[in-house]
Design a protein around this ligand. Sequence first.
Ligand SMILES: [Zn+2]
Length: 113
Amino acid sequence: MHELAITRSILSIVLEKAREVKAGKITKVDLRVGRLTGFVPECIQLQFEVLSRNTEAAGAGLNFQRPPAKLHCRRCNLDYAREDMSITCPECHTMEIDIISGSELSVESIEVE
Ligand SMILES: [Zn+2]
């Protein structure tokens, strides 16, 4: 259920943007959810549907971009990408790594009517 807090903040960002442009209805929301956040798009989708009832975002479609995580190994200097939550270096299996990207979560754009 840890998606609930993040879904609430996504909704409030989206509603604020819609009010800025005086939109009556939000039809689509593009989200960027890094692989390392651990957030499950389906959970965000479900909770968004519940939370957005009776708001301008009711019925909006969510579109998830899931860029692979980019990582850098400090031990062997390898740059690599990961599509799941295992982030250890594929060469030397160390955890001494830097996360370049993959832990981001942002609202990229919204479509309104
Ligand atoms: Zn390595």
